[in-house]
Design a binder for this molecule. Sequence first.
Ligand SMILES: [Zn+2]
Ligand SMILES: [Zn+2]
Length: 141
Amino acid sequence: MSLDLRNCPNCGRLFAKKPGVDLCPVCLDIEEEDFQKVKSFLWDYPNSTIEVVHEKTGVSRERIIKFIRDDRLIAEGLTLDYTIECERCGTLIPSGRFCKKCQDELVKGLSPDKDRSQQVSNKRDEKSRMHLYDRIHKRGE
Ligand SMILES: [Zn+2]
Ligand SMILES: [Zn+2]
């Protein structure tokens, strides 16, 4: 299996890309530290604005938004006083990438017979699609 070499979008360093990981190991470590900072701040001050989180943790607004997009904060039960736009139609949403309507439409494109558990640990885009799938299920219950 050949290495999938990429330039890190953050620092430009060449690195061997792994499924589900966009950044080089150095930037990934920093991002992880940032996530822990945001996480512990939000534990103490839930529903803070991005501005406050940015000021108190030093983590960039862009990165905080990325954590929201990736559903990482909501997965920890953490919320911010912030809404983002659905990447597809622009509707305001609290977390993730797509609004409910677009999720529904996107999920229709999923093939139902794939092995879910295997997919989750696989490619990033597949993972985010499975996130959609999971959310639809939770809301449907
Ligand atoms: Zn990097
Ligand atoms: Zn939408």
